[in-house]
Write a protein that binds this ligand. Structure first.
Ligand SMILES: [Zn+2]
Length: 84
């Protein structure tokens, strides 16, 4: 019984380490997007919150209406729907 639980914990730990490692690598290898000229930017009103530290940010301009979430504390921020 104890062995099975140990294996499960080991596999889970391995999985999280791999995931975190891949995320780090992905972040480093991703080329920075070239900024678009202002005329091609869309006006958006998106609120994001960092689940880890609670910071909130508003995105007002983006290359498209459904931009990828900004990052904070090494993780993607969560899109929160505006109250208004
Ligand atoms: Zn944060």
């Amino acid at each position: 019984m104890g062995t099975v639980i140990n294996i499960v914990i080991a596999v889970a730990a391995c999985y999280f380490i791999m995931r975190f490692g891949m995320k780090m690598l992905g972040g480093f290898s991703q080329p920075m997007a070239e900024p678009l000229p202002p005329g091609e930017m869309r006006k958006v009103k998106l609120n994001y919150r960092c689940d880890i530290c609670g910071s909130e940010a508003r995105m007002t301009m983006a290359p498209d209406e459904d931009p990828p979430a900004p990052r904070h504390c090494l993780d993607d921020m969560v899109l929160i729907t505006p109250v208004e």
